[in-house]
Design a protein around this ligand. Structure first.
Ligand SMILES: Cc1ncc(COP(=O)(O)O)c(C=O)c1O
Length: 359
């Protein structure tokens, strides 16, 4: 990898002050990685270089037809002061799958991992120290052929940027959700399983509708029967059935329209490690409402890289409003959150070989 260091890298005091601000996506680190691809020459040598704007011709394909994919993963400070990534191979594999769906070139897994490792090593000072905080890494790829013809681009650009990340949602509070019956996120054969910008562009009007209903997030249901619960804005969902040691923790089945979250997958194992039964199920809005009314569903939470685990309290839809438990984060939700964060931050033994030391 070609390395060009940033002569204007932030000094220690400035960088520490920016990291201490917390939040999400407010400040970016000193460097980024860029790697270009063309049909003719394949992938170029990647370059780590100073973080900077990029210049593109206004007729560049991505601006017109949205041929774009991205990933999201985090680097966590470890007890020995080192830094580790969490399951970066899983992000690399999903990135390649998203690329295939969007007719973009599949980036070799090793190249993806190398880019992430190098950026974290060079910008290690940007990784926060506190548990629950991390350096969020955003790899993405855009179609860069210039021209307005609608066809798969014969050029692409991969970029990797990073931003210090504090708590995404306040973990002590439950999130409220609006179950959208008006808008659909994904249908079989569409791009629901891919992490492409277009999915998020099309979701924003529903997110705004949720806000207009006084809710924090939107929950999607299936496109065909319009009753099966799929996922939340940018997170997968979990429902705790029963209480205490005999609880079963269930999550909507991957039907081809949901994003196969890496946190979702990790929680299936973590919950089992903690002694709970788990299941991947079809769960309808009626099951949700009735389960909450009868008390069978005792806790609900959403999970994803950005926010890790967030409790869900109030659910609102055209069918009514219902609140899970006492509307506060439940015990099992907190236990799973702490277990996962403990593994990510190296405080709990990593029996699944998920933690990838970088420095
Ligand atoms: C639509 C959607 N679902 C689920 C997730 C959770 O995936 P992960 O756990 O891999 O971050 C995300 C975030 O990437 C997402 O955007």
């Amino acid at each position: 990898m070609k390395i060009t260091l940033n002569p204007q890298a932030k000094d220690d005091a400035t960088r520490k002050a920016l990291v201490a601000e917390g939040g999400f996506g407010k400040h970016y680190t000193d460097h980024m990685v860029v790697c270009e691809w063309s049909e003719k020459n394949g992938w170029s040598e990647p370059e780590l270089k100073p973080y900077s704007p990029i210049t593109l011709d206004p007729a560049t394909a991505v601006f017109h037809y949205g041929q774009e994919i991205f990933e999201g993963l985090k680097a966590y400070r470890q007890p020995d002061g080192g830094i580790a990534l969490f399951r970066p191979e899983a992000n690399a594999v999903r990135f390649a799958k998203s690329a295939a769906r969007l007719a973009l070139p599949e980036m070799p897994i090793e190249l993806f991992i190398e880019s992430v490792e190098r950026l974290v090593q060079h910008d290690a000072g940007w990784v926060p120290d506190k548990v629950g905080e991390s350096l969020y890494l955003r790899p993405f790829m855009i179609a860069t052929e210039v021209g307005l013809g609608v066809r798969p681009s014969n050029k692409a650009m991969y970029l990797l940027i990073a931003t210090p990340s504090g708590a995404y949602f306040d973990p002590s509070k439950a999130v409220s959700v609006w179950i959208s019956t008006e808008y659909v996120r994904a249908a079989i054969g569409g791009t629901g399983e891919a992490k492409c910008g277009g999915n998020y562009a099309a979701s924003l009007v529903a997110q705004r509708a949720a806000a207009n209903e006084g809710c924090d997030q939107v929950v999607w249901i299936d496109a065909i029967e319009r009753k099966w619960v799929e996922e939340m804005g940018g997170m997968n969902l979990y429902f705790v059935k029963g209480k205490g040691r005999s609880a079963t923790i269930v999550t909507p089945k991957l039907t081809g329209t949901l994003l196969a979250g890496i946190t979702r997958d990790s929680i299936l194992s973590v919950a089992k490690d903690l002694g709970y039964k788990t299941d991947e199920v079809m769960l309808s809005i009626d099951d949700w409402r009735d389960g909450v009314a009868s008390g069978e569903i005792s806790e609900i939470f959403a999970c994803g890289t950005a926010a890790v685990v967030s409790s869900i309290g109030q659910a609102k839809s055209v069918m009514g409003t219902w609140i899970t438990g006492d509307g506060q984060p439940g015990l099992i939700t907190s236990q799973i959150r702490n277990q996962l964060l403990g593994i990510q931050h190296g405080a709990i033994a990593d029996t699944h070989n998920w933690v990838h030391k970088v420095c």
